[in-house]
Design a protein around this ligand. Sequence first.
Ligand code: PMP
Length: 351
Amino acid sequence: MSRFWSPFVKGLVPYVPGEQPKMHKLTKLNTNENPYGPSPKVLAAIQGELGDDLRRYPDPNSDLLKAAIADYHGVDVAQVFVGNGSDEVLAHIFHGLFQHGKPLLFPDITYSFYPVYCGLYGIPYEAIPLDESFQIRVGDYTGMKGGIIFPNPNAPTGSFLPLAEIERLLMVNTETVVVIDEAYVDFGGESAICLVDRFPNLLVTQTLSKSRSLAGLRVGFAVGHPDLIEALERIKNSFNSYPLDRLAQRGAVASFADQAYFEQCQQAVISERDELVKALTALDFEVLPSAANFVFCRHSRRDAAALAADLREDGVIVRHFKQARIEQFLRITIGRPEENAVLLASLQAIL
Ligand code: PMP
């Protein structure tokens, strides 16, 4: 800490991302990336962008990408905002759309970036406890609030709320911005995008990092009422504006055009998840029902931190959170069949 740090910087509690090891020999099941590579059509499109045009700035508005997203989700282009990963989209939302004088509501066990953004942007917040089965209870999101946000499916639990519950939440929360973070929706959830025409205070965010295997490209987006989207554009353009680069725009557009590949990877992850749940259960893990590309589980006897450390020794990385109520859980990303087999063999040896 330097004496030149302002009290603001001293007070920041930054986000701690999952480990991104430099060694490729590790079985990496800690940050919920897709085990399969991007569509070959995406790679070809990016290759096609690698030429003289790279000396030109990218389209600051990502018009082709917005059109592709609007078309894919059956909404108007004016209802789409894009950013460098959904983390950036969320940063703009926290910065400018939540009312900073009242507490933002989100679950106590959820995406750990939310409290970080609250710290950065000076937003008070209230963490609402999950129920006894680690579910979000929408009826608890009441009282004075400056906004509501949660992932659906939630992270790191993987639990999912049906659309009817989201609707119920929106019916009683008409005066505040409600954000549903659908980073994992393609692995078994139901998107709330179909509700944006009915609820002008709803914003749905999604990412190409998970179900579209493009975490390295950094593309995320939000869908909502044109007024909310216009507000996000204002916020974005009040920075020196960070447009998506040419490769990201081109690759992302190509991803929406390859539905067959998307579905193939989606189905593979879902069926591997089912297999992994069975195998972990047989090894005496309690596995929470998951609609995401990861599972959240605890062993009946072994300490989770010790298990994570032993797996790491063995070359398998999973995620452990030192947080009350979940310190005995591990979050394990669904890998390819051979990666999951390595995980299971390692667990068998350790347990
Ligand atoms: N929301 C949730 C719930 C996540 O787990 C993540 C990934 N860490 C993100 C948003 C951000 O994803 P990205 O910035 O890669 O789009």
